[in-house]
Each structure stands twice: as C-alpha cells, then as structure tokens.
Design a protein around this ligand. Structure first.
Ligand SMILES: [Zn+2]
Length: 312
C-alpha cells in the first residue's frame, strides 16, 4: 500500500478491484478461464489456508490458492462466485462454499484447511487477511440479501458479484457497509473503558455503537458516550478505520475528550465503566495489568488505547 496511513487488521487489501472491467461479463469469463488466474475458497465464512512458517512467524499461514477454473466449477455459476480483483495482471476469484460438508475432506482434500478467520487473522500476512475479510463480507451480504428490497423478487449477481439486480423491477442493489463509531473517551490523564456483562471476567474495551441515519460521526460518538456512560463529549478526533466482516461493519475509530465527570454505566449495554491512568493503559495494552484485560491487536479498540497511551 502506498497510502501513508495507519492500517488496522482487515484493511490493506492490495487487489485492484478493476471496477471498470468487472461490469463486462465477457471479461470476467475470460479471466475465469485463464490458466493464470487464481481462486480462494471460503466455507461458511472460513478461509481456506495452508501453513507458511517463517523464523519470525513459526505458526504462519497463507491463503491456499487454487486454480480459478476449479473455483469456478465449485461455484457452479455467478451466484456463489466473486471476482475479487487483479494482483498485477493475475485475476483472483473467490467461491462461497456454504451449507456443504467440509470441502477440505472432499474435493479440496490435501490442499489446505478451513480456519476461523478471527482466530487466524494475525497468522496470515496482513494483505491476505484483508483479501479474505473482503470475500467474507461480500458473501455475508449475498447470503443475507438474496431478494429485492423494493419488490421482493429474487435478485441476480452481476459485475463479478459486486452488484445484484432485480429481474422484475430492475432495481440495483449494492453491498452494504454499516458504520460503527468506536471511541476511546478520556479526560486529562485518564481514559474510560467499559465492560459488558457477557464478556470474560476482567475484560474492558472502548465504547461503541452504530451510526444512525441523520447523524454525523461526531454526533454519534457524543450520543453513545452520553447514553452508555452519561458523559459529555467535548472534542472528537479521528484515528483510523477498520473493515470488520462480522458481518459488514466499518469501525470508525475515534479519540474523544469528555468533560470532567465520573460518568455511570447505563446497565443495559454496559455493566461497568472504569477509568485508567495513562500508565495503567500502557500496562493494559502490554497485558500486564493485574486482573484486567483489553482486546488484542486484531481489534481497533486495542489500537485506540495504544495510541492514546503512547501520546503521554
Ligand atoms: Zn425488484
């Protein structure tokens, strides 16, 4: 990536989406038939991977690439097939294998293994984690939106899977991304984290919530802080974003200064809130704070806490 920005896990997909060319079915067919083209398989949201140990990463994995032709055959038509993009001149496709017995025990035996994305994301090269996350998110959309939202008719995949069109009313439907604001609130030298009852004991994280229609990012941040912790936001600044394929969110990471107030948990979303000094936040991120844990590096919450902790 040439972009000089902070990249969270699942960001940094290096493929050229070729959006001008993927609209042409004959071009897609040509790419699919090419012996040079590659394919990846996703089975019920799990990527097909193989071991790729290195001295630095002895448990490293990589995508188990398949010939695109095989992936096209497994897809059996455009519905379960996604044109992911071009890696230089090489086309990359993905197939959505859902509701079938584990293909690693069948047609893909010996080529690799299906693994839970969240569990293995940090063992994959970051670019490959991003490619797989894109495919997962697209397939979740396909599965959850098979019908036209206007007239209810079943829609058809077009443009390599990036658009669905209704054959009845001709409405076009595009993949959705749901914005979520996630914010590290702080006042002076202390930051605020919250916990939900259902989380493992001692786990605290940044507050978060879906952006609602008619809201700016800053307004959504202020509303969530007020609703969940009874705090008033004073200044909101942007840190980074993270595509989050569970199923289709974009996490918008913010750092928010709040007014001097202890706050209180709403007891609906959050069962507890707790303030941490900068030194405690540094220990928390390093996994050295007794009895308390924060999300791991995979999560943007970790990166927000780390960024704020390192500022002071
Ligand atoms: Zn329709």
């Amino acid at each position: 990536m040439a972009l000089d920005v902070f990249l969270n896990t699942f960001a940094g997909n290096p493929l050229d989406r070729a959006s001008d060319r993927r609209a042409k079915p004959e071009w897609i067919a040509e790419q699919l038939a090419s012996p040079d083209s590659l394919g990846i398989a996703i089975w019920n949201g799990q990527p097909f991977v193989e071991p790729a140990p290195t001295p630095e990463n002895p448990h490293g994995l990589q995508i188990a690439y398949l010939p695109a032709k095989l992936v096209g055959e497994l897809a059996g038509g455009p519905e379960r097939l996604l044109f992911m993009g071009l890696w230089k001149d090489t086309a990359v496709f993905a197939v959505d294998l859902e509701d079938v017995a584990n293909p690693a025990d069948g047609p893909l035996q010996g080529f690799g293994k299906f693994e839970d994305l969240r569990s293995v994301a940090l063992r994959l090269p970051s670019t490959e984690a991003a490619i797989v996350a894109t495919a997962k998110q697209m397939f979740e959309w396909r599965r959850r939106h098979p019908h036209c939202a206007v007239c209810g008719q079943r829609t058809e995949a077009q443009e390599g899977g990036w658009k669905r069109k209704c054959p009845s009313c001709e409405a076009e439907h595009f993949p959705r991304t749901d914005p979520v604001v996630i914010m590290l609130a702080y006042h002076a030298d202390r930051c605020l984290l919250g916990r939900q009852e259902r989380w493992p004991p001692g786990m605290f994280s940044a507050l978060a919530g879906f952006l609602e229609p008619g809201e700016s990012i800053e307004e959504a941040c202020a509303r969530e802080l007020s609703e969940e912790a009874g705090l008033r936001a004073r200044k909101v600044r942007y840190h980074s974003t993270q595509p989050w394929p569970y199923p289709s969110s974009l996490m918008i990471g913010l750092i928010a200064e709040v007014e001097d107030d202890p706050g209180q948990p709403d007891l609906a979303e959050l069962s507890e809130i707790r303030w941490f000094t900068r030194a405690e936040a540094r220990d928390l991120i390093a996994g050295k704070l007794e009895g308390v844990a924060a999300p791991g590096k995979l999560a943007i919450a970790h990166q927000l806490i780390k960024a704020w902790a390192e500022e002071g």
